[in-house]
Design a protein around this ligand. Structure first.
Ligand SMILES: Cc1cc2nc3c(=O)[nH]c(=O)nc-3n(C[C@H](O)[C@H](O)[C@H](O)COP(=O)(O)OP(=O)(O)OC[C@H]3O[C@@H](n4cnc5c(N)ncnc54)[C@H](O)[C@@H]3O)c2cc1C
Length: 507
């Protein structure tokens, strides 16, 4: 081996384009050796599932194909990251290790630190590169917009660089094979995840499906096509937010003002781009306060008296609550790994407000059935929908109203709850007792009121009001709800108007 070697430790950045690790290796003239490690500790974690392992397997397979097109290959390993890097170092004396700066949960953060220490002890030059606008170790939220500008807007996505890999390294990498894990079998209901799929999905959204985005993402019947469906790609790193942002900007510039559809397109693309921002907004919260994986962001909501009834938990997980839309969503998630924002919010609201289950109890199951599971978004959304954040309106989604509003002909419900297929939609929407279908496990209104009364009682305490200001200052959005910032201490703004039972959700 003549040239020095940089190992590109592939994690949630399974792509060749807009990849700082690959670009840095090329820039420094190093031979690059990509390595992906299937880590048993991550695969066995409570928030991990076969759906995720499968997504990674597909993404890495796609990356291998992409690399082979450039005459290169990737080392596939199965074991702890430090252990496998040590084995690799014994064979290939690499001088550099490049990885993306992963903003994940406690487990991946500790793993990353262990790798950093290992590198330091062995004199390996370890560098991490951000792939979003999220700033490591937190940031003053007043600067978040600036971070977005400087990392996403003002920098063009990196092209695939002219990188090098010696024949010796390529042969070594090519000799490694995927571990034989049961998850690595195809499932046609799971959205494909690879760099090629990411670009095809984005192109299809920006030229065809995106027109229906605004107005189309609320119903579970239309969101599968009207939504971008880019979440799995952003989660597993087959695409970056920067690539998406720049593609949307180009598409917007290309809109023909004479086209009668152009204003519809414009509105849809604007609505879509704001959600890309939300992604980093929530992920920054987790980075700034990693403890919110385990406790609510607001100190006064850490001991909400949830019942955590195991039978209700099981009924919710299995989609047997007697609430047709809730059951359909839970079964759809288990089968496909996807539902839209509104339906995700509804099943969380139902679990926490109506079944009185702690958001920490329902977290692992939901994480496992979301193919796009991303801790930063997920943990924050769980807390928001559970009403334990402290400053946003407490939203209780009434599943009966959601059904009437978004699936009045029960197409979605009948697809996922086959025992209701023969029942006329009007009877399902009317909430009648139906044969061959369980009656409601608990009464909705009474239970929802009991939980929201408790949450509002906490909110009214002086202690909670004081804490809200501090938590908001650290984590709140800077565009709205400025009232919680301590700029006008003498005239505190009134608390947000409680909007019970179906306020418009922020999707
Ligand atoms: C309880 C709950 C848990 C969630 N967990 C996740 C998760 O683990 N991973 C995940 O990617 N999304 C999560 N979301 C957000 C949202 O539901 C999904 O991002 C969206 O449904 C994915 O579909 P799409 O790619 O078509 O999204 P689009 O509507 O096309 O949005 C584009 C992208 O913006 C981001 N985004 C969209 N909505 C939000 C949001 N509300 N907050 C932050 N970012 C957003 C996503 O990256 C998404 O891919 C969660 C929402 C709720 C209510």
């Amino acid at each position: 081996m003549t040239r020095p070697v940089a190992v590109w430790w592939v994690k949630r950045d399974t792509r060749l384009a807009d990849n700082a690790c690959l670009a840095e290796a090329a820039q420094l003239g190093l031979d690059v050796l990509p390595m992906f490690c299937f880590e048993p500790s991550l695969l066995a974690a409570g928030d991990s599932s076969a759906m995720h392992a499968h997504a990674q397997w597909q993404a890495v397979s796609g990356l291998r194909t992409g690399l082979r097109n450039y005459g290169a290959d990737i080392v596939i390993a199965h074991g702890g990251a430090v252990e496998k890097l040590a084995k690799l170092l014994a064979v290939v004396p690499f001088t550099h290790l490049f990885a993306h700066e992963e903003i994940g949960n406690d487990l991946t953060f500790r793993r990353d630190r262990a790798v950093a220490t290992w590198c330091r002890d062995r004199g390996v030059d370890y560098r991490e590169f951000p792939q979003s606008s999220v700033r490591r170790s937190g940031v003053n939220r007043d600067h978040l917009q600036r971070m977005w500008q400087s990392r996403i807007v003002e920098v063009s996505p990196l092209p695939v660089p002219a990188f090098r890999q010696s024949d010796e390294l390529r042969q070594l990498a090519a000799s490694t094979t995927f571990p034989k894990l049961p998850a690595f079998t195809s499932n046609r209901l799971w959205q494909p995840v690879s760099e090629a799929d990411a670009h095809a999905t984005m192109a299809d959204f920006l030229t065809r499906r995106g027109r229906w985005y605004r107005g189309g993402i609320s119903s579970p019947n239309t969101a599968f096509t009207a939504g971008s469906r880019l979440s799995v790609h952003l989660t597993w790193g087959t695409l970056t937010a920067r690539q998406v942002w720049h593609a949307v900007r180009d598409r917007t510039a290309d809109l023909d003002p004479n086209d009668p559809q152009s204003s519809r397109w414009k509105q849809s693309l604007e609505a879509f781009v704001s959600r890309l921002h939300w992604r980093d907004h929530f992920t920054q919260r987790l980075e700034s306060e990693p403890e919110l994986e385990f406790r609510s962001i607001h100190p006064c909501y850490r001991n909400v008296p949830y019942e955590n009834d195991e039978q209700l938990h099981t009924a919710w997980r299995e989609g047997r609550t007697g609430y047709p839309l809730v059951d359909a969503v839970m079964r759809c998630l288990a089968a496909t790994g996807f539902v839209n924002f509104r339906m995700r919010a509804m099943v969380v609201s139902f679990a926490c407000h109506v079944l009185h289950l702690d958001w920490r109890l329902i977290h692992p199951h939901l994480a496992r059935v979301f193919r796009d599971y991303d801790p930063g978004i997920h943990l924050n959304q769980l807390q928001m929908q559970a009403g334990v954040v402290g400053w946003n309106a407490i939203r209780v989604y009434n599943p009966a109203k959601q059904l009437a509003d978004w699936d009045a002909d029960c197409r979605f419900v009948k697809q996922w709850v086959p025992e209701l297929r023969a029942v006329p939609a009007e009877r399902i929407v009317a909430g009648e007792n139906l044969p061959d279908y369980p009656s409601s496990v608990v009464p909705f209104a009474e239970r929802a009121k009991r939980m929201t009364d408790q949450l509002y009682a906490i909110r009214r305490t002086a202690e909670a009001k004081a804490a809200t200001a501090a938590v908001y200052l650290m984590h709140g959005s800077r565009k709205k709800e400025q009232s919680f910032r301590p700029k006008k201490p003498k005239r505190p703004a009134p608390p947000p108007i409680p909007t019970l039972f179906d306020a418009l959700p922020s999707d």
